[in-house]
Design a protein. Structure first.
Length: 358
């Protein structure tokens, strides 16, 4: 037995090979047990929470490949052996390449888990954000694989300095050529993250208005009130002043009422109080003010302001119609006349002054 253990195999005794095998087996078992235990513990914790981070951690750990653990174990066992310098360098290079490839699997799994979790949470409320996030996931994977490919080349001993410089210059040239597309792409990401509006919001941009239908990587599409689709580039949209009516929590309404100059002063004093009572009697309204505003060209003008607590446009129109009809009923009952454009002409003749109204 001792003779066998002392027998040389590739510059190492049988005993040294056996020790290397034991070390490799122990390291492999330890790594596998650690991976299984950590995944099990984190997975149990993730099931009890609604956080995205722990789900990403579990998905990343589950992307660990068995061959990676085996290769690390073999490398650890090789440390107990006397190997040629060239062989040890090649083994080290192989381990580095394996680590780079494993990092690619980890990164890819993490990105996929993050995008999937985001999509499940926002599929109903923000489908455009889901589309953008998936596109960003694809770009993230491309960037990840590009970085890891350069790392793999560096591990093989290839000088990547010139390649990185060339890619940098080429990237600048490409970025300049497609700067408008990149601007829209990052604007899309800003819309998704900052949420100045979401699908279903009614917005006004300049003199155009409509309901947001889709938020894409390059454009946002809005359905106008007249039925046609308006298409805005994301960068132009964010550089504009956007009025989002869906975020309105109540609607301010200002209107004026004009009565004739023949209206008695007592009734002029009464009008603001009666209009206030009419508005306060309406549901979902909040009275602000009603004042005699001034003397118009052919009317005595009252300015009224109130709020509808429901910002919906149809609710506002219904409430305003009820208020207008109630004011008309009050004026009709009190004999108060609404003013309309009139002119008074004085005629002189026969020593008398005649007046005609038109």
């Amino acid at each position: 037995m001792n003779q066998f253990l002392e027998h040389q195999f590739y510059d190492n005794t049988a005993g040294e090979w056996g020790m290397a095998a034991v070390i490799a087996a122990v390291v492999l078992g330890a790594l596998w047990a650690m991976e299984w235990l950590v995944i099990r513990r984190v997975a149990r914790f993730a099931e009890k929470t609604r956080f995205t981070f722990d789900d990403v951690v579990v998905a990343t750990l589950r992307a660990t490949r068995f061959w990676m653990l085996l290769l690390i174990a073999l490398w650890a066992g090789s440390l107990a052996l006397t190997l040629p310098e060239e062989t040890r360098d090649r083994l080290g290079t192989l381990v580095q390449l394996a680590l780079v490839l494993q990092a690619a699997f980890w990164g890819n799994a993490a990105i996929r888990a993050w995008v999937t979790s985001y999509s499940e949470r926002r599929a109903q409320s923000d489908p455009s954000g889901v589309t953008t996030m998936r596109a960003m996931g694809v770009l993230g994977r491309l960037l990840l694989w590009a970085v890891l490919a350069l790392s793999a080349l560096a591990a093989l001993g290839i000088d990547v300095t010139a390649l990185v410089a060339g890619l940098g210059i080429g990237g600048i040239a490409i970025a300049l050529a497609i700067q408008n597309i990149l601007g829209d792409l990052f604007a899309s990401l800003s819309i998704v993250l900052d949420k100045p509006f979401v699908i279903g919001d009614f917005i006004i941009v300049g003199d155009m208005m409509g309901t947001v239908e889709n938020i894409g990587l390059k454009t946002t599409r809005v359905r106008s009130l007249s039925g046609e689709q308006l298409v805005f580039s994301n960068s132009d949209l964010l550089s504009s002043r956007i009025r989002n009516y869906k975020r309105m929590y109540e609607r301010r309404v200002l209107f004026t009422v004009g009565v004739t100059y023949q209206t008695p002063r007592a009734k002029l004093i009464e009008i603001p109080q009666r209009i206030r009572a009419i508005i306060e009697a309406e549901p979902d309204t909040r009275f602000d003010r009603a004042h005699f505003a001034g003397f118009g060209a052919s009317s005595l003008d009252f300015e009224i302001v109130y709020y509808t607590k429901d910002p919906d446009y149809n609710v506002y129109r219904d409430r305003h119609q009820d208020i207008a009809l109630a004011i008309h009923q009050y004026f009709e009952a009190e004999g108060i006349e609404f003013a309309y454009p009139t002119q008074t002409v004085f005629l002189a003749g026969g020593g008398e002054r005649a007046r005609a109204e038109t």
